[in-house]
Design a binder for this molecule. Structure first.
Ligand code: PMP
Length: 403
């Protein structure tokens, strides 16, 4: 007999993250012999740079295999401090920095440390899905603010203003944005900052995980750099996952007011004891070495973006604008909604369309419903060119087969 545990009320409405569900589904289908292409993945196809792997190996051989300080090794904190200064002209002291198991943990620790029941967190949509359940797990309530395509999927200052209530504790400002690939310019952020200056109790979770996957050269700006007066109530979060193709190494970080960082470290001391020693050594090598790899890889991704968006725009019923950052296309599928598959099944939603693509075209894509904006699908171009060409062929065929 399989026993079912009695669950905490905290779990009500909490689901496995959509990305993890899709990853599992793709693995199952592959195991069943299907030639699945994962356009849903947040993994880059690039390897972690060689010198980073070498640094990890050397650290392990040197015996750096013990627990580190909970808040991260002093050497990695120093490397993060230098990177924030180099990339954003942001000056943080070591006691204002914490190293975490991926930026996921930085975000969650901050929410857990600060939210009381019914506290609100403003999340612009489309969003990275885990923001919502992290807020709920921490006892708060997400307040979703839609960001329309005709404004480049960016938050408008007036919509932010309208969403702020006496219960608002945080606003999430993700730049560049997963899943839309939108990039907030310094001017865009200044407009958001101007609203926030009128609301001194609202704090900012600035998530810059994709800051180096930008196609115009400079790293994406972050709020504390644009409006220094917001720095005392901003948590600047980032990580190594996307910039250096180190998704599985699980290194993220947060920089912010010492009093908040201290509470986040307390939570970390009681939950994970901190990040992996070997991964931290690797992260130092990534942050401290020449950064040429970032521009080289961004150029490759840019070429793939151009090719994939051209092919996607050639599929009947689909349309997208090439994004300024990230490795995702947010594709409107409004033109296929209401059509039917050859077996008569109606495509009524983007989730139906995603299921259809999985069943009929062996393509895994993210439905817009999972990131709060429909009818869209998110497809990744962090795939080799040959995969992108094959995926586009399947997509085109699948769209043509709809009536
Ligand atoms: N923020 C955003 C916007 C993301 O897309 C992701 C992962 N895809 C994360 C945070 C978390 O990444 P990690 O924990 O690997 O640093």
């Amino acid at each position: 007999m399989n026993a079912t545990p009695i669950l905490s009320p905290r779990m009500s409405g909490i689901k496995a993250s959509p990305a993890s569900v899709l990853r599992r589904r793709a693995r199952e289908l592959r195991a069943a012999g299907r030639e699945i292409i994962e356009l849903s993945s947040g993994n880059l196809d690039f390897p972690t740079p060689d010198h980073v792997i070498a640094a990890a190996h050397q650290a392990a051989r040197r015996g750096e295999t013990r627990y580190t300080d909970v808040d991260g090794t002093p050497e990695l904190k120093r490397a993060v401090q230098a990177a924030l200064l180099r990339d954003h002209q942001l000056d943080y002291e070591p006691n204002e920095i914490v190293i975490t198991n991926g930026s996921t943990q930085a975000l969650f620790n901050a929410l857990l440390a600060t939210l009381a029941p019914e506290d609100e967190v403003i999340v612009p949509a489309p969003y990275w899905a885990p923001y919502l359940d992290q807020v709920r797990l921490a006892g708060g309530m997400p307040v979703i603010v839609p960001c329309a395509q005709n404004n480049g999927f960016r938050l408008r200052a007036e919509d932010l203003q309208a969403a702020i209530s006496p219960r608002t504790r945080w606003i999430v400002v993700n730049n560049p944005v997963n899943p839309s690939g939108a990039l907030y310019s310094p001017e865009d952020l200044a407009e958001i900052a101007a609203i926030l200056m009128r609301h001194p109790d609202v704090w900012v979770l600035a998530d810059g995980l994709y800051e180096h996957i930008v196609f115009n050269g400079a790293p994406a700006p972050t709020l504390a750099e644009i409006e220094p007066r917001l720095k005392p109530r901003t948590l600047t979060v980032s990580g190594l996952a996307k910039s250096y193709a180190m998704m599985g190494w699980r290194i993220g970080y947060a920089a912010g007011p010492a009093a908040l960082i201290r509470e986040m470290i307390t939570i970390q001391s009681q939950t994970t004891s901190g990040a992996s020693s070997i991964s931290q050594a690797a992260a130092i090598a990534a942050l401290d070495s020449a950064q040429d790899v970032l521009a080289e890889r961004a150029a490759i991704l840019r070429a793939r973006r151009d090719r994939f968006s051209e092919l996607v725009n050639g599929c009947s019923g689909l349309s997208c604008t090439p994004p300024e950052a990230t490795f995702y296309l947010l594709v409107s599928c409004a033109g296929v909604i209401g059509k039917r598959a050859s077996d008569g099944k109606l495509i009524a939603t983007d989730r139906d369309f995603s299921s259809y693509l999985l069943e009929q075209a062996d393509l895994v894509v993210f439905p817009g419903e999972d990131f709060g904006l429909s009818p869209y699908i998110r497809v990744s171009f962090a795939n080799p060119s040959s995969t992108i060409e094959e995926a586009a062929k399947r997509l085109k065929r699948a769209c043509e087969a709809l009536q």
